[in-house]
Design a protein around this ligand. Structure first.
Ligand SMILES: [Zn+2]
Length: 264
């Protein structure tokens, strides 16, 4: 989907005159002449938007076919950035719907809902390329050894979760990303557990992973470790490196854990 990446590059160039690590989706939106309206979910005057649980875009007929993006201002700032970036990409796809054919290998989507869903999935996939400039990210990730807090400082418009996915994407097929949440007053639970090849990881947590998660929740500090292990699911026996980073906010704690195998 070169065309989508090309489009993302062009609109970011339109907003910034130089390459930028962490584009601001609001600024890009303005630069390409798309109107953005902050709305409270369920409180928009627009009938369609009133039912929208999250951001959405509409083509405003009475205003000459211009696009307008509504986003929920009660969401966290990074979530609003994600939603707006996502909607910009989705609008591009609506105007270039032949690209969807490429994506579905020429098979016609059966109805409008399916079409919409395909468009949404593609837009979600490319949103991280919007918020994180890959030309910088690879080197930054290496330089800071995957330190999430440091990367977040460089990429303020991307959430920790989006950054974690970007790290996973360049960590090889046998890396595992696990995100564990502990909302105040509720049980700690796994929110995502996924391998570097983007397949869900079915194997339960290794004792070594549990140990790091425990230590990270307890200290609120990044924890690093190296261990020799056997992982039967991968037929792997050897050294692993583990990295746990805390993302703590009032009333809500998250730990982002990476497992990296030295060899495949
Ligand atoms: Zn969508």
């Amino acid at each position: 989907m070169e065309a989508i990446q090309q489009f993302i590059r062009e609109i970011i160039e339109a907003a910034y005159c130089e390459p930028v690590r962490s584009p601001d989706a609001f600024k890009v939106c303005e630069a390409i002449g798309i109107e953005r309206r902050a709305a409270l979910a369920g409180q928009s005057e627009d009938a369609d938007c009133a039912q929208a649980p999250m951001a959405m875009s509409v083509r405003e007929e009475r205003e000459g076919g211009r696009w307008i993006i509504y986003h929920d201002q009660t969401q966290r700032p990074e979530r609003q950035q994600f939603d707006v970036a996502h909607e910009i990409i989705e609008q591009f796809l609506v105007d270039n719907d032949d690209l969807i054919d490429t994506f579905t290998c020429g098979e016609e989507a059966e109805d409008a809902d399916q079409w919409r869903a395909a468009m949404h999935e593609i837009a979600v996939f490319y949103t991280k390329d919007f918020l994180i400039n890959r030309d910088f990210f690879e080197q930054d990730a290496q330089e800071f050894e995957g330190d999430l807090a440091a990367l977040k400082g460089l990429y303020p418009h991307a959430s920790h979760e989006v950054l974690a996915y970007a790290l996973l994407a360049q960590s090889g097929p046998h890396a595992v990303l696990t995100i564990i949440d502990e909302p105040e007053g509720s049980e700690r639970k796994i929110y995502r557990r996924i391998r570097g090849d983007m397949w869900p990881m079915r194997e339960p947590l290794l004792p070594e992973e549990r140990e790091l998660i425990q230590a990270c929740f307890a200290s609120g500090e990044p924890v690093r470790a190296e261990r020799d292990v056997r992982i039967p699911a991968w037929l792997y026996e050897g050294r692993i490196r583990l990295r746990a980073d805390p993302v703590f906010e009032p009333g809500w704690k998250r730990v982002v854990l990476f497992l990296l195998a030295d060899q495949e």
